[in-house]
Unconditional design. Structure first.
Length: 157
């Protein structure tokens, strides 16, 4: 499987997961805890970022961008399906807390903005790889310089 195929596989998996996780976290936000909802979304997006960061830059950017846009659309479709079911179940078994329009927009705005976390994770990991490569390269150069400095070569006499 080449890198673009892996990027598309990851995008499909994470976008379909977002179609369920974002609406469910919206219900958690409304009825249980704001912090728990955003923590779950953050964990999901960091996991996506970690998975995409194993790919080369071009493939990763393709996959993350497809994940972002598909997650937005699929999670809104998921919300239309999941919200009425959760509301009916909670109304029948407990108390359902309706969100005001501003709270609903606040949740979805923050949840969608958290979908850029995979970009941040990818660039952080890319930066770490490059800095570790430079450290390794500098270590090899320093070792070579030290070896050359103490080399007992009589050709300079």
């Amino acid at each position: 499987m080449n890198d673009n195929e892996r990027a598309m596989k990851y995008f499909i998996i994470f976008a379909l997961g977002s179609a369920v996780i974002l609406p469910c976290c919206g219900e958690v936000f409304a009825n249980i805890s704001h912090g728990a909802a955003f923590t779950a979304v953050a964990i999901w997006t960091v996991a996506a970022g970690i998975k995409f960061s194993s790919l080369p830059v071009k493939s990763a950017m393709l996959g993350i961008t497809a994940f972002f846009f598909s997650s937005v659309i699929l999670s809104l479709i998921g919300y239309v399906i999941i919200h009425p079911a959760v509301k009916n179940w909670l109304t029948a078994n407990s108390v359902y807390f309706d969100l005001s329009l501003t709270e609903l927009v606040s949740y979805w705005g923050r949840a969608v903005s958290m979908l850029i976390i995979p970009y941040l994770v990818f660039f952080a990991r890319l930066g770490m790889k490059r800095s570790m490569g430079k450290l390794e390269d500098n270590g090899k150069k320093a070792a070579s310089a030290v070896d050359n400095a103490f080399d007992d070569d009589d050709s300079t006499s």
